[in-house]
Design a binder for this molecule. Structure first.
Ligand SMILES: NC(=O)c1ccc[n+]([C@@H]2O[C@H](COP(=O)([O-])OP(=O)(O)OC[C@H]3O[C@@H](n4cnc5c(N)ncnc54)[C@H](O)[C@@H]3O)[C@@H](O)[C@H]2O)c1
Length: 258
């Protein structure tokens, strides 16, 4: 079947966190195209409105994934508007300071772990119970290639994504007999504002260009990925086509971890 004509998610209530961002928005747009009933969650109201504009019939919730009350509000909004949630894409995340781990400040460390790890955990904590009620569900968390091996540049970010990788596997084991699958994607460097910010963090134009070249050279395909290249994997893992796949951390990295 042609990917453009598939409707794998017809009527499926799906929450997307980080829906104002590059990857969350790209996932939301494709899910909407395939018939999902979407609740879009992000702390950025303007970006969220832009995503909603390309996802007809979607509900938006402005909130912060670090706070249980906000995530609960999104879970309740989804149930009230559409019924129990069947799918979750947890794409909210932040990149860290480009520092060696021991140079990272305590507040920077706490923020990274709160958003990337606690935020993913809270989304699972408040949405998986609705999947349990339905008797089926599928979750895709966002780890990173840096969540499968260390990073000399984004050291603590890498540690947060390592935690997301193992949170994925633990959740998969927790819910394996409940018809609820949990997987994560591990993108290499994907063209996005997050990546541009991290390159800008390198310093002057020469340092930025050196960092971009270095990052590209870390991928055997010698380029950054595109959001659409991550979306295909996310939607596959979320869909029934992956019905015997759980606990997987899937690299989408141009061969970086090969
Ligand atoms: N872009 C890449 O190269 C890349 C590579 C590997 C992994 N990832 C991961 O993919 C995910 C999406 O990244 P992206 O490139 O789309 O980044 P992005 O910055 O474009 O999007 C991230 C989104 O998360 C939202 N967000 C951040 N903190 C939040 C909070 N506390 N509460 C609610 N929303 C919050 C932001 O507002 C933004 O809309 C992230 O988890 C990121 O770590 C990205």
């Amino acid at each position: 079947m042609n990917a453009g004509t598939q409707r794998r998610f017809e009527g499926r209530v799906t929450v997307v966190t980080g829906a104002a961002g590059a990857l969350g928005r790209a996932c939301a747009a494709s899910l909407a195209n395939e018939g999902a009933k979407l609740v879009l969650f992000d702390r950025d109201p303007n970006g969220l409105a832009e995503t909603a504009a390309i996802c007809p019939g979607s509900e938006t919730v402005v909130g912060d994934v670090r706070y249980a009350a906000d995530v609960k509000r999104a879970a309740e909004a989804a149930r009230e508007r559409f019924g129990p949630v069947e799918s979750l894409v947890a794409a909210a995340g932040i990149a860290g300071p480009s520092k060696k781990a021991i140079e990272v400040e305590e507040d920077e460390f706490d923020l990274l772990f709160d958003v990337n790890v606690k935020g993913s955990w809270l989304a699972a904590k408040y949405l998986i119970p609705q999947m349990r009620e339905l008797g089926r569900g599928s979750v895709v968390l966002f780890s990173s290639a840096a969540g499968l091996r260390g990073s000399p540049v984004l050291s603590v970010y890498s540690a947060t994504k390592g935690a997301v990788t193992l949170l994925t596997k633990s959740l998969a084991l927790n819910h394996a007999t409940e018809n609820i699958r949990v997987n994560c994607v591990c993108p290499g460097t994907i063209e996005s504002p997050m990546v541009r910010l991290s390159i800008a963090d390198a310093g002057d134009a020469t340092a930025q260009s050196a960092r971009e070249d270095l990052q590209k050279s870390m991928h055997p395909m010698q380029r950054f990925g595109l959001p659409s290249e991550v979306v295909g994997a996310v939607l596959y893992l979320l869909s029934d086509e992956a019905s015997f796949t759980t606990g997987v951390a899937l690299p989408i990295d141009g061969g970086r971890l090969a």
